[in-house]
Design a protein around this ligand. Structure first.
Ligand SMILES: *Cc1c(COP(=O)(O)O)cnc(C)c1O
Length: 246
């Protein structure tokens, strides 16, 4: 038996990124969209910083984390000026002070309460040292209505959005959703379509901002999400491999 040299972590991640990028391009082209209109956020939660550095060296510039502590540690250790850290997990309001201004985008504004906490944290910071920074955020919507999922209901989103749009330190850029786990990604196509339709409604009825960003699609369903209009996909396992547990 011939011993094959072990495949390096770097070679694995490189292969994975190439595969994901090719699928993003295919899905976009299938519906007449430009592949570069889809931002790939590599979700590095639970994975070592070395993996982030490997992906960065392979051209990835957007990374997603779902826990504040882990995210801030990684960001403190590695933050080249062209790297964007995204917060994609539920926020506890007592972390608002630490979180405000630390991420290129917070995808997980899942209630008015969380938005208020960020606005208040910003006002406090501004009292200490005047600043007019506005934190880019997305509103997280629980489209499928699963009890286990974070997010506002589609029905309450327009009213909550109107209130959040009044917050001077938040820059609302669009919507985010997490689809249910299913075997066949076609099953969740209606979830992505509903988020896009809700976005269109917000543009018509709430306006004020462009509502351009749709953060939807993960390892199992990003191809379908892109066909339904995703502008940001959040992909973990297909890039960095399975997670042990969280
Ligand atoms: C973990 C996570 C992802 C990435 O999931 P994969 O299935 O590994 O691609 C995307 N979005 C959110 C909110 C997550 O928590």
């Amino acid at each position: 038996m011939i011993n094959q040299p072990p495949i390096s972590q770097e070679a694995l991640i490189a292969e994975n990124i190439a595969r994901v990028r090719a699928r993003i391009a295919e899905s976009a082209q299938r519906v007449g969209r430009a592949p570069q209109d889809v931002t790939l956020v590599a979700v590095s939660k639970t994975k070592p910083l070395d993996y982030v550095k490997i992906a960065y060296n392979l051209g990835i510039r957007d990374f997603g984390e779902n826990r504040v502590q882990e995210a801030l540690e990684k960001r403190a250790a590695f933050c080249p000026s062209d790297l964007h850290w995204h917060m994609i997990g539920h926020l506890q309001t007592n972390k608002a002070q630490k979180v405000f201004g630390s991420f290129s985008c917070i995808h997980s504004i899942d209630s008015l309460h969380v938005a208020e906490a960020l606005q208040r944290a910003a006002e406090k910071k501004s009292q200490a040292a005047p600043m007019d920074m506005r934190q880019p955020v997305l509103l997280q919507v629980n489209v499928s209505g699963e009890a286990s999922k974070e997010g506002m209901t589609p029905e309450e989103t327009p009213a909550i959005a109107r209130q959040i749009l009044a917050f001077s330190h938040l820059d609302v850029q669009g919507l985010m959703t997490v689809a249910p786990l299913v075997d066949d990604p076609e099953t969740v196509r209606p979830v992505f379509r509903s988020l896009r339709q809700l976005r269109d409604r917000l543009r018509d009825e709430v306006g004020d901002v462009s509502w351009d960003q749709l953060s939807m699609g993960m390892t199992d369903d990003y191809a379908v999400a892109i066909e339904e209009g995703a502008t940001i996909v959040r992909v973990g396992r297909a890039i960095f491999g399975e997670r042990v547990k969280q």
